[in-house]
Structures are given as C-alpha cells and as structure tokens.
Design a protein around this ligand. Sequence first.
Ligand code: GDP
Length: 446
Amino acid sequence: MTHTDTIAAIASASGAAGVGVLRVSGPAVPAIASEFLGRDPEPRRAYFAAFRDAHGELIDRGLLLYFPAPASYTGEHVLELQGHGSPVLLDALLRRVCAMGSRLARPGEFTERAFLNGKLDLAQAEAVADLIAARSQAGARAALQSMEGVFSRKVHELLQSLIALRVHIEAAIDFPEEEIDFLADPLIMQQLHALRVQLDDLLREAQRGVRLNDGLRVAIIGRPNAGKSSLLNALAGSDRAIVTDIAGTTRDVLREQLNLDGIALELADTAGLRETDDPVEREGVRRAHGELARADVALLVTDAEHAGHDLALLADLPANVERIVLINKIDLGSHAAQYDVRSDAIWVWASAKTGAGLDALRDHLKQLAGAGSGEGAFSARRRHVQALEQVHAHLASADHVLQATRAGELAAEELRQAQHALGEITGTYSSDDLLGAIFSSFCIGK
Ligand code: GDP
C-alpha cells in the first residue's frame, strides 16, 4: 500500500535530555530534506543542519537523518529531525514541515503505515505500544520479544501445521471415492492431536504474556473484617485502603498497582461478599463479582475462626481463576506462618498486621504473574488469547466431527475458521474497526 500524503509529528520531546525529535513519513520527505540541507541527503547519514522557516529565518539547528523507502520504520521515505527539546521550537519546526507538504499525523499513524506496508504484523505493532506503556521490567522485556516477532513466529508455525492438516483433509474431500479410507487414516487424527497440543502450549504462553503485559489481576475477596484492606495495605506498603473495625467499610473497589521486583500486579480490594440489605453495600458486592470475572487470581482472606464457614465462597468462583486461601491474623492464635499446595487452592497462613508469612504470598503471586518465565517470554493482549480460544474451540469441533461422523467437509470448515481466527492475531484478516481501535490508542509520533 502506498500513501500519497506525508505525515509529521513530534516523536519525543525529552526535557531532561534536551533533545526533541520530529518524524516525517511519506513522498514529500526527499524535498523537505533537500530544502533544509540545501542539497540531496545521502541515506542514513547524520547531517548537522540549519532548520529555517520560509523566509530563511533560523528556527533551530540539529541533526537530520534521511531513510529512503523501503528501508525505514514505516516502509516509506522517512525523515528525522533532532533539535533542542523546547516545545516552542519543535512546534515551529512542525508547522514549517507541514507547510512544506505534510500534515499532522494521527496517533499511531507511523506504526499503522509500517503495518500496512508489511514492515511488521499486527501483533508486533501492538507490542510497540505495549513496550512504550510497560509498567514493569518483565513487561517491557516481554513486549520487546513480541515486537521482535517471537509471538508472531509461533502463531505462524501453528498456522503452517494447520494449513498442512487442512490440505490433507480437503484432498480427501476432493476425491470422494477414497474419502472413507482417507479420513480414517490414523495420521490425520495424529496430526490434529499434535496441532491441539501445539495450540494449548501457545495459549498458555499467551495467557502468561497478557499477565506480563497488563499485570496480574488479583481480586481480594472475603467476609467484612477478615483483613482484606489491611492485606492490600501491607502488600502495597501504603495506607491506600481505609481500615476500620466496622464490618462492611470497604464499599467500593479499591485498586492498587504494585511492582513486586519488576513484576506488575493489580490488586483490587472488593467489598465483603456477604448478603446485605444496605443498597450501597449491595452495589459493592455486585462490583466484587464483576471484579472476579476479570481477575486472574482470587485471593480469599479469612482467619482461623471463620475459615470453616468462609471456604464456601470458593464454590462461587469462576472456574478458570487461580485460587489462594489466606488464613489471616495468625498473630492472634498459635498457627505458624505456612504455605501449602492443596487441591482446592494454595493455602497461606499469615498476618497482615505483623507481615509474617506474607513473603510466601508475594513469591507465589510473582510466580503466577510470570516471574522467572525465562528469556523467550513474550507479551500478548487479551484479544490474542480470545482468538486462540476460538482456534481451540474450532479444533475441538473438528476433532469431534472426525471421530463421530468422519464428515470431512464439516471438519475442513472448522479448520478454515480456526485459520481465520489465527490470522486475526497477526492481522492477515483485520477489519478497519479493529485497526482503528488498536492504532488510536497509540501516542502521537509513534
Ligand atoms: P476488611 O473489612 O476485610 O477489609 O478488614 P480490615 O482490613 O478493615 O480489617 C478489619 C480489622 O481486622 C481491623 O481492625 C484490622 O486492624 C484487623 N486486622 C487485619 N489483619 C489483621 C491481622 O493480621 N492481625 C490482627 N490481629 N488484626 C488484623
């Protein structure tokens, strides 16, 4: 795709470093570069240039870099002007560049052009924004991996396996006289099962990638007065939540962003989950359930006295949420700090008041958030996980159809849809709405 217009934006104005960068992309770039330099620039060479306005008046002096198409970020002719980091100078320079035949870029428009010109796929483009927005070191490292194409390559490998299977099955449909024998071939089922294993691995990695990217979402639940707010404060190291002795104080959802050794967590302290007639508190309970629906981890806070009764809350939790039971207030009893892996949940005995046992909880949360997940860990977004879940559902249907009826056409259709869902991750198939939603969330100049 070639764009006929040229876009320009301030790509960075770092006050501390005193440097401001203006980025320009499109067909007018060579003319703009020559005008500033007084001659044609050589590609990828840094020039010290005078940036002058239309009357020859000096706006600023700085570096000029020219990247001819297609070897540039956007795949178009790109010009970078580095001047002093003053917003006033950069603004004047931007107006000058616009007067020379370009227009202001929309948010994310440079990266959108890079995507449309095939310089990176959609998952990589999203990783650019995620890298800029990263809230933890682990998140930034993971986004960098995705930007480098680690995630996209795995999606592509899966796609190749899927296409190979599709070809196999469609060949069987095209030769109906052989169909029965062909679809009964154990190789096809083996191929499908291998594909499902490959997908499940990628789905798990992508789920971890979302946690690395967004931070692990932890919903703290439990009866009023169990010590939920105290725990949030202890983990966050501040007095963010109000702690009182009156049951039902935490009426709204309080959120805290935590950075535990370079890993991002988002803790939400929900209202107690008890039945109540108080309309305000009831609203809090409703929000607590909403919070659970989007959480990765449910952290049930109780104490030795109420544990027997409170464990019933575990039964109401969504199936795919990780569970932790925290027996709080051990400072009041004789139980020592302890960590136990049980079939219903991870159990931790601790005290929000003294801090005893909380290190074990922190370590477990870090692990769930993807700490120590190694070099290759990549970032992902929820929409990628949803697409992979669709692939999972289509492959499961294909499996069922082949086993139960050997209906090749139906299985082939499921695989076609699975392929489509995979293509949505990398942007082989994408709607304008989706692209608009993705790129408009970028900052200007990227
Ligand atoms: P929430 O309603 O679940 O948020 O509970 P709060 O955090 O407001 O705590 C209720 C009461 O229990 C407060 O008086 C806290 O000081 C107290 N509390 C919380 N954690 C502990 C603990 O570990 N030990 C003791 N002794 N008291 C605690």
